[in-house]
Ligand binder design. Structure first.
Ligand code: SF4
Length: 679
């Protein structure tokens, strides 16, 4: 975009892509966003990645939804807002009256603001009358929320992004940080320059392995065995923090019993990682003063995902690396506001602030605040909603800013479920693959057109500011929800996003001290206990949020699918630097599409030569769920018998498995088995 410096207005806001939450300025000319400049503030200190810096053209893109759409005789017809809202309200009311509140479900959005998400779950609970509200955290960090809440008492990143630079040792497991959280990776690289030891455990040779002191290329899904073996070495060599364990933790004896069975030699067979490397990694982590663990979906997206998270927490507690600067367990949250959407209670078992729906005092608190009777029955998770839709138990689904037709495992199953519904509403900024299946599509404002807050990965609540007027007739998500509340007979006197935040802070203990004035210049990291409290950069300093830290030892369990003669290869999926999730936004950027414009499968040269496949050739990848045609990328980055596909394109999730983690219902997106044929 062409502009002169004096022609543009600069509006400070928060990047709407990943959970780093970079601060930036939108440059506005003639009510259009024409550029982006980084801001020299926490957490990015002037840095940004290619997506946040250059992929802003989706905001004013010609394909933005500009008017509500209702499907009539199989075709979308543009209608006025009143008609669309009246229609949605009347259909939801009819379904609720006929089949009951629990026949309706809603997916909130990690892309939307805290205010949007708060209003969404309030709508589902107080107006529809169900706890069937969930969102895509189910696919990324549901296992973190439960795993860390169980062991530490709080399911969030324990330390701050900036502290990584101060660490003496960083253990990166299941996180391709340079591609998925690029600005966070710069802190890791600076730590390395300061002399920190870097340990990487990943099935692929990611960029951070280049400077790593130890690289453990493990088989997908074997993290629990690897972590147990590291703990085995630490205990065997007396490197554990005895004082920390004694004073601050419980259930240590059970941990000793279990990890005793995981000698590095035995685990070498399971993981493919040499015993010597496991020993070296264990010693480096335990013996460094400030050791930090960074993880992401390589840990969480498994059918034993919650046990993967327990194991990470066990390792940190064993070495006393919690509650101290430069240490901690740091799950990098994927989407811009996935932390916030969880904080706001867009989960089927908790009100805002992780207050359980079935605890009497919580129920009474929210009934008092919202003035209605509420359900104490835990609602359905995303995968359970699809199953219930399939079985005819969920009749209506309201999706705000999510695209499960690309993001969820086994797309065919998702499509069948969505087609089984009596009524589907999708609220989004573009006509996504999911929106195409809807009965009604409501045009939502993008982040550049709304006020509110996002909470980044390190629990920092930051401002989002309106820079331009809404494109077409798009409206802020929370305002659309408010209109529906009123049409369904619920009084709502909240007139601005600021009003919504005031209600959030009254009801959410972690946000009690947050208001827009206080976070004007710099965000605050929750818990913010009152209006004078300056936030909490490091959790669990004196004691754990649950009192004592709980060791939750776990045995290694193989993935739901393991290679056999029919499907001999393991498929693992992940992100690339140039795209974001289902590409609703980055897919509109020509520059990024020129770099990565189509799906591909990474395959090791040994496998490629066995199958007669050359680099760049089209191949067919088949799993038990389906078959897709993609280009082969022959590369040493990936181990023999393992292949990788980016999940931004729908091809990957046509193949993935719906096997779930039993406790959290998070799907095993990281491991399934496939075969590859040359075309
Ligand atoms: Fe945006 Fe994340 Fe890139 Fe920062 S690192 S600019 S938050 S996508």
């Amino acid at each position: 975009d062409k502009y002169r410096a004096w022609e543009v207005k600069k509006v400070r806001t928060t990047c709407s892509y990943c959970g780093v939450g970079c601060q930036m300025y939108l440059l506005v000319k003639d009510d259009k966003v024409v550029g982006v400049e980084p801001c020299f503030s926490e957490p990015n200190k002037g840095l940004m990645c290619v997506k946040g810096r250059f992929a802003y053209n989706f905001i004013n893109h010609r394909d933005r939804l500009k008017k509500p759409l209702i499907k009539k005789n199989g075709e979308f017809v543009e209608v006025e807002w009143d008609e669309a809202l009246d229609y949605v309200a009347s259909r939801l009311k009819k379904i609720k009256d006929e089949y009951g509140s629990d026949s309706i479900a809603g997916f909130a959005s990690a892309r939307c603001t805290n205010e949007d998400n708060y209003m969404f779950q309030k709508f589902m609970r107080a107006v529809i009358g169900t706890n069937n509200v969930d969102h895509c955290a189910r696919l990324c960090h549901a296992t973190t929320v439960t795993g860390l809440a169980t062991t530490f008492g709080s399911g969030a990143m324990t330390n701050s992004i900036g502290e990584l630079e101060k660490a003496d040792c960083i253990f990166i497991i299941g996180s391709n940080t340079t591609e998925t959280h690029p600005v966070t990776a710069t802190y890791i690289k600076r730590a390395k320059l300061n002399g920190a030891k870097i340990i990487v455990a990943d099935p692929r040779e990611i960029e951070l392995t280049k400077g790593a002191d130890v690289f453990m290329q493990l088989k997908p899904g074997t993290n629990v065995a690897l972590l147990n073996a590291m703990m085995n070495v630490i205990i065997e060599e007396g490197l554990e923090d005895k004082k920390f364990i004694e004073e601050r933790c419980e259930n240590f004896e059970e941990l000793v019993e279990i990890v005793k069975q995981y000698t590095p030699e035995k685990v070498e067979e399971i993981t493919g990682v040499k015993a010597e490397l496991i020993k070296e990694a264990a010693r480096l982590y335990a013996m460094s003063e400030k050791s930090s663990i960074v993880y992401s979906m390589g840990i969480t997206q498994h059918s034993s995902g919650v046990e993967h998270v327990y194991s990470v927490a066990n390792l940190a507690m064993l070495c006393g690396k919690i509650g101290k600067e430069g240490c901690g367990v740091n799950p990098l949250r994927g989407q811009n506001n996935v932390q916030g959407a969880c904080d706001m209670g867009c989960l089927p078992d908790v009100f805002p602030g992780y207050q359980k729906v079935f605890v009497k005092e919580n129920l009474e608190k929210f009934e008092g605040a919202w003035g209605v009777k509420l359900s104490d029955k835990v609602g359905l998770t995303v995968p359970e909603v699809f199953k219930a839709a399939h079985d005819g138990k969920v009749k209506a689904l309201y999706i705000m800013g999510e695209n499960p037709m690309v993001s969820d495992p086994d797309i065919k199953h998702v499509e069948e479920a969505l087609n089984s519904l009596e009524f589907l509403v999708v609220q989004d900024i573009f006509l996504t693959d999911t929106a195409k299946l809807a009965d009604v599509v409501l045009p939502a404002a993008s982040f550049a057109e709304k006020d509110g807050t996002f909470t980044n990965s390190e629990r920092r609540v930051q401002r989002v500011r309106r820079a331009i007027n809404s494109v077409g007739e798009a409206r802020e998500d929370w305002r659309i929800i408010k209109e529906l509340m009123i049409r369904l007979g619920y009084e709502c006197s909240l007139n601005s996003s600021k009003d919504v935040m005031e209600e959030i802070s009254k009801l959410t203990p972690q946000y009690r001290g947050i208001d827009y004035e206080r976070i004007e210049e710099k965000g605050l990291q929750w818990p913010v206990l009152d209006k004078n409290h300056s936030g909490t950069p490091i959790l669990h300093v004196e004691k754990f949020a649950r009192g004592k830290g709980l060791f939750k030892p776990a045995h290694y369990k193989a993935a739901a699918e393991t290679p056999d003669s029919e499907y001999p290869l393991i498929l693992t999926t992940g992100r690339v630097l140039y795209h974001y999730h289902t590409m609703t936004m980055t897919g509109k950027n020509e520059g990024l599409m020129n770099i990565v414009g189509e799906p591909f499968v990474e395959i090791n040269p040994m496998n490629a030569s066995k199958l007669g496949i050359k680099d760049g050739e089209m191949v067919e990848v088949t799993s038990r769920r389906g078959s897709v045609k993609v280009r082969a990328k022959v590369t040493e980055r990936i181990e023999e018998d393992v292949v990788f596909m980016p999940f931004h394109f729908k091809e990957a999730n046509t193949l993935t498995n719906t096997a779930l983690d039993e406790v959290t219902k998070e799907p095993e997106l990281k491991v399934c088995t496939v075969r590859i044929n040359r075309l």
